[in-house]
Design a protein around this ligand. Structure first.
Ligand code: SF4
Length: 319
């Protein structure tokens, strides 16, 4: 299969506890389907609380889905045997947003990078040379080997996290806002290193971010999430040139695009108000209270994600 990952109708509901009984559910992810091609970067973008991080964690089985199917290399990850899970944990990794809490402060860089290797019982002939090689691939070097996380900047810590991820030679990495906690001045360098190691290791990425400019820079294809659902999926360039879903249009009109031709064509659209609560999402299209194109059907029936072009899907009654 050309897909490394296939997600079908994924749902994740979190119970909201009342004093004596469950008051309701936060429908963090509510019926999301998409595929990721081997070797590509699939960007998942949306405002905070739209469910993108929950999608990233659920597909790695860090949290259990409420419903739906996740296929990794064609196999249902919920039906994995113990051995399959072990193999999956080597092949599929995650890089977290916060470089300050994701590394053990009492371990040296050497220990941090070797930890997953030891955990999986992988034999390495010369551990020092092995770690130095990984450090060099992510822009660090031998002099960093026996230092501790507190001696490094945020950007360098993300590089250490990259080396640790690469120690297992993964195939698929979820990058969950990997540069959001960093200074703008170091973000581009980290993103470029992520691109370099993707080429070198033939990695597939799921890139999660609220930052459109970064998602565009990193991704081949993009999924736009709104309140637990995908509003639009498509090729990164075509989405940026011509966003179809009113929510995508509104998101994109808020960011400046360096290309003046696109900038001129862009419709200036404002979203009205704050995103509604995912506990009681609006009836019909979830975007309808904020949408300037909403018509009767939008308040009654939820639009499905429909194919409108060879590589373009949109969930909106306008199409
Ligand atoms: Fe707007 Fe209706 Fe499209 Fe929803 S379905 S985005 S309310 S036009």
């Amino acid at each position: 299969t050309k897909y490394i990952l296939q997600v079908r109708n994924l749902k994740k509901y979190f119970p909201v506890k009342g004093l004596f009984f469950t008051k309701g559910y936060v429908k963090a992810v509510d019926g999301v389907s998409f595929e990721i091609l081997r070797g590509e970067t699939f960007g998942l973008v949306g405002e905070s609380g739209c469910g993108k991080t929950t999608v990233g964690r659920t597909i790695l089985r860090l949290i259990e889905p409420t419903d739906g199917q996740i296929l990794f290399e064609g196999k249902d990850i919920m039906k994995f045997s113990k051995k399959d899970i072990n193999r999956f944990r080597r092949k599929a990794q995650i890089m977290f947003q916060d470089p300050y809490s994701s590394l053990n402060p009492r371990q040296t860089v050497f220990q941090i990078v070797m930890e997953p290797v030891r955990h999986h019982g992988i034999e390495v002939d010369d551990p020092e040379a092995f770690v130095i090689d990984l450090l060099e691939r992510v822009g660090l070097n031998e002099s960093h080997l026996y230092r501790y996380p507190h001696e490094f900047s945020g950007g360098q810590r993300q590089r250490i996290a990259m080396a640790r991820i690469l120690s297992l030679k993964p195939e698929f990495v979820v990058l969950d806002e990997p540069t959001s906690a960093l200074d703008v001045s170091v973000q581009a360098n980290i993103l470029n290193t992520l691109k370099d190691i993707q080429d070198e290791y033939k990695l597939t990425y799921l890139f999660i971010s609220h930052d459109l400019a970064i998602v565009k820079y990193m991704s081949h294809r993009i999924g736009v999430m709104y309140l637990g659902k995908l509003a639009e999926v498509g090729n990164s360039e075509s989405i940026f040139e011509e966003p179809l879903h009113p929510y995508t249009k509104a998101l994109f009109s808020a960011i400046p695009i360096p290309d003046p031709d696109i900038e001129k064509k862009k419709e200036r659209i404002k979203v009205i108000g704050e995103p509604p609560s995912p506990i009681n999402p609006p009836e019909g299209c979830r975007f309808n209270p904020r949408c300037q194109y909403a018509k009767d059907i939008c308040r009654e029936k939820e639009p499905e994600l429909k194919k409108v072009d060879s590589d373009r899907f949109v969930a909106c009654w306008l199409y």
